[in-house]
Design a protein around this ligand. Structure first.
Ligand code: FPP
Ligand code: ZN
Length: 309
C-alpha cells in the first residue's frame, strides 16, 4: 500500500471546518492539534493549503501577558501549548511575532528547585515538561534563563534499571517519556547519561509481530509509538535495530484510504494526532516524497536548519 497524501491533506483541512463533538472535546488541545496538522501538511509538502494569516491571528490571541500560550482563546497558559505555539511560528518563520524574553521568562518561572519543570502554575511535575522547556528555549536561543545542569540532573534521576525513563523519579519506563528525556538530554548535550545499548535494546523490543511498535512491554502496538520509539532510536543511532519495512507496512495499514487520516491500529477511527505521528514515523523511515523530520525538535529538518544554520 502507498501513502495516500491527497486523502490525508483533505482530512486535515476538513478538521478546521468541522464543528462536531470530537472537535469540541478537543478544543482545549487546539494548539497541539494545529501543530500536528500543520507539521503533517508541511512534511507532505502541502502547507500552502491552509490560510497562514488566520492561523497566526488565532495563535496570537492565545498569548498571555505572562509570556505563555494556552490551548485555545480564553484558556489558561501551559508549557505544552507554549511549545506548540513556538513550533508553529518556527514553521512559518515568524518567530519575531513572539516576545521571546517574555516567553523565556514564563518557562524559567516553571523550573523547580530540583531542576524539574511544572506544566503550569498548578504545579504538576513531569519529564514531558522538561522536554517542552528545553526544546522551546533552545528554539528561542534562550537556554541561558534556566539552570540546564539541574534540569539534566533531574532527568537523569528519572532513569530506570532498564535504561528507560519515567515521568518522575521511580516512574515506570514509557516510550513517550523516553522520547522526552532522550531529546531533552540531546538538546542539553548530555546524552552521556544514557546507556545507548541498554536503552536501544528496550526500544527495539517494542516491535511486535505485526511490525507496529508498543509503548511498554505487553501493550498493543500503536502508530504514535512509531514516533516516540523510532525518534529515540534515531537520536541514539540504533534505528537499524528494528525491522523498518515491517513498521512502514504497519503504519500504511492504519490509513483510512477513503476518508483520509491515520488511526492508532488498523481499522480504528482516524484522528489528527495519529495522522501526524504516522506521517512523522514514515518521514523518519525516509518514505519517498516526504520531507525529513528532525527526531529531537519534531519539526521539519529544513526548519531546524534555518534556525540553527
Ligand atoms: C504518550 O502519551 C506520550 C507521552 C507521555 C509523551 C508526550 C510528549 C509531549 C506531549 C511533548 C511534546 C511532543 C512533541 C512531539 C513535540 P499517551 O498518554 O497517549 O500514552 P499511553 O499510550 O500510555 O496512553
Ligand atoms: Zn496512540
Amino acid at each position: 500500500m502507498e501513502l495516500r497524501v491527497d486523502k490525508h491533506v483533505e482530512f486535515i483541512k476538513s478538521l478546521e471546518k468541522k464543528k462536531d463533538f470530537d472537535s469540541m472535546v478537543m478544543e482545549h488541545l487546539r494548539m497541539n492539534g494545529a501543530y500536528w496538522g500543520l507539521t503533517a501538511l508541511d512534511l507532505m509538502g502541502c502547507r500552502e493549503d491552509v490560510d497562514d494569516a488566520k492561523v497566526i491571528s488565532w495563535l496570537l490571541q492565545c498569548k498571555h501577558d505572562c509570556g505563555g500560550f494556552s490551548g485555545n482563546i480564553g484558556h489558561d497558559p501551559h508549557i505544552l501549548y507554549t511549545l506548540s505555539a513556538v513550533q508553529i511560528l518556527a514553521i512559518y518563520d515568524r518567530m519575531e511575532l513572539l516576545d521571546s524574553d517574555k516567553a523565556a521568562s514564563y518557562i524559567a518561572s516553571l523550573q523547580q528547585e530540583d531542576g524539574s519543570f511544572a506544566g503550569d502554575e498548578w504545579g504538576e511535575i513531569d519529564t514531558r515538561f522538561s522536554y517542552c522547556a528545553l526544546c522551546c528555549l533552545s528554539l528561542l536561543k534562550r537556554l541561558d534563563v534556566i539552570n540546564v545542569e539541574k534540569a539534566v540532573d533531574y532527568i537523569a534521576s528519572c532513569k530506570n534499571f532498564d535504561g528507560g525513563f519515567g515521568s518522575i523519579p521511580g516512574g515506570e519506563s514509557h516510550a513517550g517519556q523516553i522520547f522526552c528525556c532522550v531529546s531533552a538530554l540531546a538538546i542539553a548535550g548530555a546524552l552521556h547519561h544514557i546507556d545507548k545499548d541498554l536503552l536501544g535494546w528496550w526500544l527495539c523490543e517494542r516491535q511486535v509481530k505485526s511490525g507496529g511498535l508498543n509503548g511498554r512491554p505487553e501493550k498493543q502496538p500503536d502508530v504514535c509509538y512509531s514516533w516516540w520509539v523510532l525518534s529515540s532510536l534515531v537520536t541514539l543511532g540504533r534505528v537499524d535495530w528494528i525491522d523498518k519495512e515491517k513498521l512502514k507496512t504497519f503504519i500504511l495499514d492504519c490509513q483510512d484510504t477513503e476518508e483520509g487520516g491515520i488511526s492508532d491500529r488498523p481499522n480504528d477511527a482516524v484522528d489528527v494526532f495519529h495522522t501526524f505521528f504516522g506521517v512523522a514515523g514514515l518521514s523518519l523511515l525516509d518514505y519517498p516524497g516526504l520531507k525529513r523530520i528532525d527526531a529531537v525538535y519534531a519539526l521539519p529538518v529544513d526548519v531546524v536548519k534555518r534556525i540553527f544554520g
